[in-house]
Design a protein around this ligand. Structure first.
Ligand SMILES: [Zn+2]
Length: 76
């Protein structure tokens, strides 16, 4: 199976716009990321929880598609 990277976007917990963190900075647990749109401080750990959930959904959907493809090939 080929490797696939999942696009996970970080969204502001307050206004739901996409967060653009400072790429020069490495964010770690406990950090706050300021939203450019509404100015609220987003908790890094809370953002990661959301991103991981989103990632899981993408992974499950991808796996299902792959299985469906494999089955199709088998029963051709
Ligand atoms: Zn915001």
């Amino acid at each position: 199976m080929e490797n696939k990277t999942f696009q996970i976007s970080l969204k502001c917990l307050f206004c739901d716009c996409e967060l653009k963190g400072n790429t020069e900075k490495e964010y770690a647990s406990g950090d706050m990321i300021k939203c450019q749109e509404c100015g609220e401080q987003n908790d890094y750990d809370a953002l990661m929880d959301v991103a991981i959930d989103e990632g899981k959904e993408s992974a499950i959907k991808y796996a299902k598609d792959e299985i469906a493809k494999m089955l199709k090939n088998t029963f051709k």
